[in-house]
Design a protein around this ligand. Structure first.
Ligand code: FES
Length: 116
């Protein structure tokens, strides 16, 4: 495994992301608070560029006729059909078996590195 420095912390504001190309892969880097996460920029449904979708929250489990919104800023929503994925893990919100790949991120002196 090796670290590939692909961005600087100053480039990504809280709640925002940046898409980078690395060794033939398109990867979205996200900032949540002071932490950074990286997701494969491909939706497992039909292959959309997942990381071009909005950072969002979702509707939480609730009783009939109740509407509870939560997890604001923790998810990315696919721009094609709306599947939602956890930015921290790449896991979909509806199944443990459906996910996009996540990559380990390491920050050194403001440089954001992806471990491949
Ligand atoms: S391609 Fe992403 S939800 Fe369909």
């Amino acid at each position: 495994m090796s670290i590939h420095y692909v961005a600087h912390t100053k480039e990504i504001e809280e709640g925002k992301s940046k898409i980078v190309e690395l060794e033939g892969r398109s990867i979205g880097i996200y900032r949540i608070g002071d932490d950074y996460y990286a997701l494969h920029n491909r939706c497992p449904h039909e292959g959309a560029q997942l990381c071009k979708g909005p950072v969002c929250g979702t509707t939480m489990p609730s009783n009939v006729y109740e509407y509870e919104f939560g997890r604001k800023g923790e998810l990315v929503r696919c721009p094609w059909h709306g599947w939602e994925f956890e930015i921290k893990t790449g896991k979909s919100v509806f199944s443990d078996k459906v996910r996009t790949r996540s990559y380990k991120v390491q920050v050194d002196n403001g440089k954001i590195g992806i471990v491949l």
